[in-house]
Design a protein around this ligand. Structure first.
Ligand SMILES: Nc1nc2c(ncn2[C@@H]2O[C@H](COP(=O)(O)OP(=O)(O)OP(=O)(O)O)[C@@H](O)[C@H]2O)c(=O)[nH]1
Ligand SMILES: C[S@@+](CC[C@H](N)C(=O)[O-])C[C@H]1O[C@@H](n2cnc3c(N)ncnc32)[C@H](O)[C@@H]1O
Ligand code: SF4
Ligand code: SF4
Length: 333
């Protein structure tokens, strides 16, 4: 059902009856790592890329909240490279209607920014970390930053009141032997370790090189490494979710490529180049740049948001594009 663009606090509902209340905003496309499944080493320098400014963010988040959005995730590129990231968190936190503000980060700059982010009202951090080995980290990310990220992880695990998740992208023959080491982190910490499928947004790098591990294969490896796992109910993208007896944290598998959690999809994305994306796998997007430049009034912005919600496909397979051309650094994951 198409809603009246002028309606305040309307719930955004798509053609399949799914309420959209979660928006992922890529605040920059710049990144300080060059993960082989995401960006080319020679990708453009950070200063050439666009960043979301505080005034734009404030207007946009207020409009989204009025339309029923409750959760904002800042992502990128690397969101902590945005010079005003704590201010963006604070803007979201003080917007009436928004109740959850989280960040997905590679953690390189987290140790020094965590206090400011928590003070600004951050509720949770999803830390992307694919290996616990320094040399492997260097070869996956093309940067020698493991020690900074490990330090950030230790700080995160010691910070109370934050929801902490670790995103580990499973790459066959590269980090598939590290499942037990990641599971071990759940023993003493209330963290969710999530093993994820590779997706074809890798800037034409490793998608076609046999590194993909499907959710079933990951599950088999996990169960064989930890036979005592108990199945529990996971959150949203966490299609499989488990706990080990006596462990404080949980373990999940995200079938991001298999896309079997679309029935519950509640998301809209704003890419680093200010486009509204109805689905991670959608071909088309709606331009929001004029809105961010102050060239559209509030009603027009709402119309574009409603249009994007109406474009949401039943599932990501219906709008599938098997392209390895784009990079996740612009979409935000
Ligand atoms: N196919 C698909 N993959 C997704 C979707 N949302 C997140 N992912 C993938 O899941 C991985 C982890 O994403 P996160 O940024 O941690 O976000 P999330 O899974 O929504 O996190 P929570 O809000 O904590 O559940 C990334 O690789 C994303 O590409 C989605 O809607 N569809
Ligand atoms: C694009 S990054 C942006 C945020 C931040 N730079 C980070 O790495 O957490 C968001 C998520 O997308 C994931 N990602 C990037 N490229 C991917 C790909 N080709 N397939 C699956 N996930 C990917 C990363 O592992 C990360 O968890
Ligand atoms: S996955 Fe994140 S950290 Fe890695 S290159 Fe992409 S944007 Fe950067
Ligand atoms: S693939 Fe598309 S429809 Fe499915 S959960 Fe992801 S964004 Fe939603």
């Amino acid at each position: 059902m198409t809603r009246d663009a002028g309606q305040s606090r309307a719930e955004l509902t798509d053609r399949f009856g799914r309420a959209v209340d979660y928006v992922r905003i890529a605040v920059t496309s710049a990144c300080n790592l060059r993960c082989t499944y995401c960006l080319r080493d020679e990708s453009e320098a950070p200063q050439k890329t666009r960043q979301l400014d505080a005034g734009d963010a404030s207007r946009l988040i207020r409009v989204l909240a009025e339309m029923g959005v409750r959760k904002i995730r800042f992502t990128g590129g690397e969101p902590l490279l945005h010079p005003g990231i704590a201010e963006l968190v604070s803007i979201a936190k003080t917007t009436p209607g928004i109740d959850t503000i989280r960040i997905t980060t590679n953690g390189v700059l987290l140790d020094r920014q965590l206090d400011a982010l928590v003070k600004a009202g951050l509720d949770g951090v999803n830390l992307s970390l694919d290996t616990l080995d320094r040399e492997k980290f260097k070869s996956i990310t093309r940067r020698d930053r493991f020690e900074q990220v490990r330090k950030a992880l230790d700080r995160l695990l010691a910070t109370s009141g934050l929801t902490v998740k670790i995103n580990t992208l499973m790459l066959r023959g590269i980090n598939s032997d590290e499942i037990p080491a990641f599971v071990e982190l759940t023993r003493n910490h209330a963290v969710t370790v999530r093993f994820m499928e590779l997706q074809p947004f890798d800037d034409r790098q490793i998608w076609r090189t046999g590194r993909f591990m499907g959710a079933e294969m990951i599950r088999e490896r996990l169960v064989s490494a930890c036979p005592e796992l108990n199945a529990v109910t996971g959150h949203s993208t966490e299609h499989y979710s488990f706990r080990l007896p006596g462990h404080r944290g949980s373990i999940a598998i995200i079938p991001a490529f298999s896309r079997n959690f679309c029935n519950d999809c509640s998301k809209l994305r704003i890419t680093a180049d200010a486009r509204l994306l109805a689905c991670l796998y959608h071909h088309e997007s709606i331009d929001l740049a004029p809105a961010l430049k102050g060239e559209m009034n509030e009603e027009e912005i709402k119309k574009r948001i409603i249009e994007a919600v109406q474009q949401k496909p039943k599932d990501g397979l219906k709008s599938s594009h098997d392209t390895a051309a784009s990079s996740m650094s612009r979409i935000g994951g």
